[in-house]
Design a protein around this ligand. Sequence first.
Ligand code: ADP
Ligand code: ZN
Ligand code: ZN
Length: 739
Amino acid sequence: LTRQQLELWDWMADYYCCTLGEVMTAGLPSHLKMASETIITLGPLFSDDIPDLNEDEYLVVEALTLQSELSLKDIRDILQRKTVYPVIRSLLDRHIILPKENFVDPYKALEVKCVRFGPACRTEAERIAAFDLVARSEKQTAVLLEYMQYSRTQPYVRRADLSKRTGASDAVLKAMVKKEIFEFYDREISRIGGEEAVAEPGPLSPQQVEALGAVRGFHAEGKAALLHGVTGSGKTRVYLELMQEVINAGRQVLYLLPEIALTGQIIKRLQRVLGDRIMVYHSRLNNMERVEIWKAVLSGKTSVVGPRSALFLPFTQLGLVVVDEEHDPSFKQHDPNPRYNGRDVALYLARQHGARALLGSATPSLESWENARSGKYRLVTMTERFGGTALPEIVVADSRETDEKGSHHPFFTPTLLTAMRQTIERGEQVILFQNRRGFAPVYFCPTCEWTVECLNCDVSLTYHKFQHRLRCHCCGYATPPPEHCPACGEVQLKLSGTGTEKIEDELKIFLPEARIARMDLDTTRGKHALGKLIDQFEVGELDILVGTQMVTKGLDFERVGLVGVISADQLLRFPDFRADERAFQLMLQVAGRAGRRDRQGRVVIQAHEGSHPVLTDVLAADYDNFIQREARNRQQHRFPPYGRMIRIQLRHPRRATAEEGAKLLGKWLAHALGDRLEGPFEPSVARLRTYYLQDMVIRYSAAPAEGQRVKEIIRRASAQLATQKGLSGVRIVVDVDPY
Ligand code: ADP
Ligand code: ZN
Ligand code: ZN
């Protein structure tokens, strides 16, 4: 760890009201935590002549007298079995052997056993002569030939590969080492391939030149810049110019993105331009790859693109931090601790290193917009798409619309259907957005209104048709759908509500010729599933992509002529003070996927409340009008960013205990905080993963000293609750700046 990392982590623990240990757990790759494996040695009761050893035990003890230490793997090899615990257990119990904790050096594991020419083969002539040395062994001759072939195209040859290709055992290789034809060495290899760097095509547009100049100017003043550029304006190009500049000056860049966008084309673009000077840090990496990136970052030579967790890497030469799609709520970690916001921590990190900071979005968050308005950041805008491409034409279709025969379909209006048919006929593609996965979110009895709920949570189970299962989207619990109502016996149970799976299904009825795919958590679980889906869409193997908010992020397709939003009402009715902002962002972001390059795209938004002010702003693509109204509303109710918020949640498997804990904690907090405390109250989902929940919200002013004081009060009250008889098992979750 670097001193700066520790300092940052300390600050996070303090600001987000958690422990340093929790930050450390989040920050360190597991291979850098003490990696241990069981090693055994001979124990005190061992003597040369122990009676009663069975054959397996005897083999282990015999090996130990020769080797003094054995790992689990060694023992498995000796006994040629996978389950060796009974043998070890029996020896341990009789103190014939002892366990010894051994620490594995994680860096060591980056090394691979390789072969190269030894002292007898240093020159070309010696290598030819070497064939005489192996002439009497067919195997050795084969190995030597193979190695010569292989090493011509390979920078190094692994021992294992060589053995596999020739069928020669390791003993054959060892014999050749003895003859000094080969020598063994351990090579540290990269498991993450880099590419040759090439320039981005085409010069900057005048708008980009201007934006770049403005950003540089603000950075020179030591300010963070907020780049507000409509989708397709070419923000990425501006980031890339700055990144190259910083990297060429020998410093590092951290480029943060929402996790889902990381599979997209943007990575290819960054790597094309920056080559192996940038590494991708994401959740699909294995432990060795994580350690490799850690080490490379520590050396100060590598820049990184990654999700919020990349903030924990040991930067030593950080010169620039870019937060792309800065408005995206997935920068916030919800569970477990530390419940941090990646965008906000990124700004702290930049300040800490004296690095420049650049936030970018087509729909900046109110927080960042306010920071720009108040002069804390500087705003840079790009209002036109690159190449003069027109912004998409957006229309609202009334969900109650009927076709000429007067019939009505619950999720496809005639306007949307016609637009889809026209788009596909023109050879263009369609993206449909529905922010709910599965088939239908409610499975119920029409006679007595009983609904199937989760065993562990207070939510109804979502029906997934493909798996024919009811699933809980909170805890993962799954069960086959019941055949009749357990309350009244009704056998005709019904589904209500709409998920992506149902949209996909129904679409096949209306557009039987269309090639349709679905993009949501269910279809993208495999390591390569998401990438494959994107590739398929990109090369035109699909006509329609139906998806959740995954389709709104970081995708840049050339042939999308139409974007459809199945239900705007669902987005707008969400019970949260950020619901309007979120709905506006999602709709404008997904609309931005329509029409790139030379064609104007179309967007159809279906809604009941067609005159909702948020929709009016989306139709006009009027960010300024939206954000000013949103700012006024939030200011009026003192919601963030005009006031601060902390949510405290108590969790216990027994409702009464959770309530009792909440009452007591609430009393203490109210005493210290007065009417800044709201609650305790039972949240709308009152039980989650078998725990009963009680919530409290603290709202306080944005003055820094006030935050310190409030957090100190929370810390003390929580510690006190843990000492109360019968309440020590109550879990207290503190969420600072909650979403
Ligand atoms: P944004 O991130 O603002 O949505 P992008 O950076 O993805 O926009 O740019 C939109 C499209 O325009 C991309 O296909 C990109 O390759 C292209 N583009 C942007 N700037 C340039 C440029 N200077 N020269 C050529 N193509 C560009
Ligand atoms: Zn019933
Ligand atoms: Zn559940």
